[in-house]
Structure formats: C-alpha cells, structure tokens
Ligand binder design. Sequence first.
Ligand code: AMP
Ligand code: MN
Ligand code: MN
Ligand code: MN
Length: 289
Amino acid sequence: MSGLIDLHCHSTASDGTLRPAELVKRAREQGVELLALTDHDSVQGIAEASDAARMHKLELVAGVEISVSWRSHTVHILGLDMNPGHAGLQEGLAWLAQRRVARARRIAAKLARHPGLEDAWEAAVGLASCEAVTRTHFARLLVQRGLAGDMGVAFKRWLGRKGKAFVPGDWASLEQAVGWITAAGGLAVIAHPARYRMTHTRLAELIEDFKRAGGVGLEVVSSAHSPQERASMATLARRHGLLASAGSDFHAPGNPRVELGRGLELPQGCPPIWVHFGRGGTAALCVGS
Ligand code: AMP
Ligand code: MN
Ligand code: MN
Ligand code: MN
C-alpha cells in the first residue's frame, strides 16, 4: 500500500467535530488509503463512514476506542477490524454508554453550581449530537462560554483530575474490553501508551494483563507521542511481542499538529498490525513472545 494509514480518529459519533462521511472525505484528501474510525465506546458512526469510504475509494476498517478502568488508571483500548454488529460487542458498548451518561450527569451537576453553567447538562447534550457526552463536550462548552481560554485550560481547571468538576470514570475492565473486541473478530490495541504517565514497571504490568486477556497490539505512533516516546514504545512492543499500530487521534480540524494520516510512519523493525486485518482476528496466533 503506497498511501497513508491512520488507525485512530473520532467523528460526531463521539467527541469529534466532523460527521463520519466528512471525516472519510478529509482522510482521502490527505492521502489516507486505510482508515479506522475509532469513536469512544461507540460504533454508531461506522455505517455512514463505510458508505463514504466506498464512494471515496478508501479502505475503512471498523474500530472503537473503549474506556477501561485498570487499577487507578483510565486506559483506552482500541478495537480494530472487528464486526461492529456483533451482539456481545454491542451489548458491552450499550452498558458502557449508560455508565458514561451517569458520569456526565454528575459532571454537569458539579458545573451547574457555577454561575453561567446552570444549564450545563442540556448544553453539553446539545453539543454532543450523539448519546455519548464526553468531557470534550463539556470542555467545548466552557470555552464557548468564556470560562476557559482553551481546551487545555478547561481540562486543567475544571475537568481534569485536579479540576473543580472532576468525576472519575468507572469504565469497563481490561478483560471485558479486550473480550468484546476479540469476540467480534477484532484486534485489541493499547491506545497512546505513553500518555498514561505510568512507570515502566506499571506499563509492563498493564501489557502483561492485556496480553493475558487476548490483546495483541500497541499504538506505537500517536500524535500524543514525542519522537522519543515513539522509539521507546517501539522497543516495548518488540520486547513484549506486540504488533505496532499508528493513529492520529484526530478530533477536529484546526490543530496543525494533528491531521489525519500525517506523520504516522512506524519506526523501523515494528511489525505492523494492519498486515493482519481481514483474517477474522486470528493475528493473536501469529504474535511471537
Ligand atoms: P472522557 O472519555 O469523557 O473522560 O473524555 C476523554 C477525552 O477528553 C479524550 O478522549 C480527549 O479527547 C479529551 N481530553 C482529555 N484531556 C484533554 C486535554 N488536556 N485537552 C484536550 N482534550 C483532552
Ligand atoms: Mn476524545
Ligand atoms: Mn484516547
Ligand atoms: Mn482517541
């Protein structure tokens, strides 16, 4: 494949700003030939994205980014190339969506105590245009209302761990998330592993738990990773016998550092995960240890 590959991005089915069809069109314009749509805890954008992909002659694989609580951390697990209609996966995601709504309501209740945010719930639902209300939607609201200068500030002062309206997530277990993905014929990948601020020991423990559950990949290349982090994640993937993935984690146009397909080449010597697509999730059998 001569074109670009991007295996991590978001549409309006979660916290992205482009509709699935717009996202696919933009990806094609950027030179992407293989794209995975990986909305948070949702596969509802896949049908529209598939139709657009057929029109724009781009190869789309069904994906998802599942929120997981592991020890005291929130970890994101990507599912790639699975059957989005699989009943077990859909049930799991529906259960997770309920948890997301409950948490979003608690965040909204905290925000509503502040002048100018009394309608935080209704406003965030309005911004979401899908059932998944994420912290990104609350952050956009805070920026719109002039209560945060930018998204970074919104997370720091309001929505992040030390923020005024922080509510920890209570998400799926690692075993549940990897189980749903693999049952649906997909490959499970640890998203942006260098972003969790874990010690090397802790990250190695996460990887071992993940592999025991049936996980096969590590997102070595992400817009969230520096060049040094890409190199160290490549070493980690090799050491643990994981396939390497690459994704922009694109959410919205306008950030020059994050564009669909841009700057996502794998470091040398990383076995690419996409070679195993279309094989019904049997790649686990091919991964050396
Ligand atoms: P949630 O799943 O509701 O906890 O929302 C998590 C989402 O918030 C992530 O997927 C990111 O898109 C976004 N996010 C987290 N931290 C930041 C940040 N510091 N700046 C901008 N967006 C962020
Ligand atoms: Mn997001
Ligand atoms: Mn993520
Ligand atoms: Mn993401």
